[in-house]
Design a binder for this molecule. Structure first.
Ligand code: NAP
Length: 246
């Protein structure tokens, strides 16, 4: 029998990351998932994922810390022997207009969103190169393309992720490693639950489909890009935003 494939999903304990993890679990992938919050109920999550008859490794890892990421990947390889799909999903916002934005808030968002994507990818790529196969999907955002007032740190981190992804897509194509970005618009998760009412009201006017997206809708696209059916898409940014950015 063929060995289960393995998907490493950062920030897979909740929100979009969790929906992605469940989608891969349903397809029989073993999972490596990191979390940072002390509130994470690791036992309950393990039980939830194992319902899909797969194995899961849950690791406490701050993606902004390179050594932490190196250890997470080593632990994953020790347990499963390979990583087939990497989803760099962990991300935060710390919104403010540039005049009010602190240096700390600018740096923290870049460190987690952009440097975190580098930290995990750099550690995973050697194993994918050895296998001459791999799929990397990075969570960008429509604001990484369009910009957004009040989000210069976040938009810069997501624009950086797009440039990073296109560069590694070119570097790694000869080893059959495909790298793409998914750029969501407004998706209903904890991240967007803090948006004020005027932003939420603008959804009706800004989004042709007139609603927020769901984490599951994003997971479907990530799963396609990470799966066996994707053999010829690399270096792309796929918007999933109800038509917000055309
Ligand atoms: P979320 O509900 O706020 O979840 C964020 C995830 O990132 C959590 O699992 C969290 O871990 C993890 N995380 C935060 N800081 C971390 C760190 N230092 N190290 C490792 N993990 C860390 O966010 P979401 O809405 O699901 O967003 C997921 C991704 O999609 C993000 O990259 C986000 O920028 C992107 N995105 C979201 C939207 C949207 O509308 N929601 C739109 C565009 C792009 P814990 O669970 O341990 O806290």
């Amino acid at each position: 029998m063929e060995e289960n494939k393995v998907a490493l999903i950062t920030g897979g304990a909740r929100g979009i990351g969790k929906a992605i993890a469940i989608k891969f679990a349903k397809e029989g992938y073993n999972l490596v998932i990191n979390y940072v919050s002390d509130k994470t109920d690791v036992k309950r999550l393990e039980e939830e994922f194992r319902q899909y008859n797969i194995d899961v490794l849950l690791v406490k890892t701050d993606v902004s810390n390179f050594d932490d990421c190196e250890k997470m990947v080593k632990d994953a390889i020790e347990k499963f022997g390979h990583i087939d799909v990497l989803v760099n999903n962990a991300g935060i916002t710390k919104d403010n207009l540039i005049l009010r934005m602190s240096v700390e808030d600018f740096e923290r968002v870049i460190d987690i969103n952009l440097k975190g994507t580098f930290n995990v990818t750099k550690n995973v790529v050697p194993y994918m190169m050895k296998k001459r196969a791999g799929r990397i999907i990075n969570l960008a955002s429509v604001v990484g393309v369009s910009g957004n007032a009040g989000q210069c740190n976040y938009a810069a981190s997501k624009a950086g992720i797009i440039g990073f992804t296109k560069s590694i897509a070119k570097e790694l194509a000869s080893r059959n490693i495909l790298a793409n970005c998914v750029a969501p618009g407004f998706i209903d998760t904890d991240m967007t639950s803090v948006l004020n009412d005027s932003v939420k009201e603008s959804i009706g006017t800004q989004i042709p489909l007139k609603r927020m997206g769901t984490a599951e809708e994003v997971a479907n696209i990530v799963h396609f890009l990470g799966g066996e059916e994707n053999t010829y898409i690399t270096g792309q940014v796929i918007n999933i935003d109800g038509g917000m950015l055309m």
